[in-house]
Design a protein around this ligand. Structure first.
Ligand code: SF4
Length: 233
């Protein structure tokens, strides 16, 4: 592995990933729509999330806190079936819409305008909103420097040696942020590029290390113990 300090290594990782992956365009939408999309995206892929969102739009014509808070939960559930966990997600969508309506004047922006720490705590206090959803809203819709960590980023952070194999969300986020250049563009692109690389190359099962552009920058730390073979009796 190439010897360099962590700051240089992370910027080199970013540069190389940018060379080989197109940075996906982040869907333009209101902060409320983004909140709905991120709840729909839990435990499913982007296609299912987008299909569920389209179905929701077809059912209600417009997606606003007023409309979802006033809708029958069954109608929401039927519209978002394709995203899976539709019973849970429909209840969350209705509930979060009601809270945004009652406590924040129908505007997620009223939360995002608050200081970073405060906004983050309010967001994770909403039922169905975790730190990843909160950080996506804070980075992409409020321009705060916070790095959302998804399942791909978790895996890469450990294999690349930026976080211990036992690290949880906050430790991973903070460890990356310690070395990442404090630029909004880099935060956004780094988040999206790591996900792309996790999907294309550094897959959960059988990462393609021999063809990976980060091979000489990566200690390839094993994140899962191989299953023990049964002892012969
Ligand atoms: S070298 Fe292997 S473990 Fe490291 S980032 Fe590439 S695919 Fe993942």
């Amino acid at each position: 592995m190439l010897m360099m300090n962590e700051k240089d290594r992370i910027i080199e990782i970013y540069r190389r990933l940018k060379k080989i992956h197109d940075v996906p365009t982040f869907r333009k939408c209101s902060s409320f729509e983004a909140l709905i999309l991120t709840i729909l995206s839990q435990n499913t892929n982007d296609n299912n999330r987008d299909n569920a969102y389209e179905q929701l739009l077809e059912t209600f014509e417009k997606i606003t806190p007023e409309i979802l808070a006033g809708a029958e939960v069954e109608t929401i559930r039927d519209a978002i079936k394709v995203a899976g966990l539709h019973n849970q997600k429909s209840a969350r969508l209705k509930n979060v819409s009601q809270v945004i309506l009652d406590e924040y004047d129908g505007s997620v922006d009223a939360i995002l305008e608050r200081p970073l720490g405060e906004a983050r705590e309010i967001l994770v206090g909403l039922k169905g909103v975790g730190y990843k959803t909160a950080d996506i809203l804070l980075l992409f819709h409020a321009g705060y420097l916070t790095l959302p960590v998804d399942t791909h980023i978790t895996r890469l952070s450990k294999r690349l040696g930026f976080a211990p194999v036992t690290a949880k969300y906050e430790e991973i986020r903070k460890n990356f942020q310690k070395y990442l250049e404090r630029s909004l563009l880099i935060y956004k692109e780094f988040h999206l590029l790591l996900i792309e690389h996790g999907r294309a190359t550094c897959k959960a099962i059988k990462p393609a290390c021999s063809t990976c552009i980060l091979e000489d920058l990566c200690p390839k730390i094993i994140t899962k113990k191989p299953k023990k073979s049964k002892k012969k009796s």
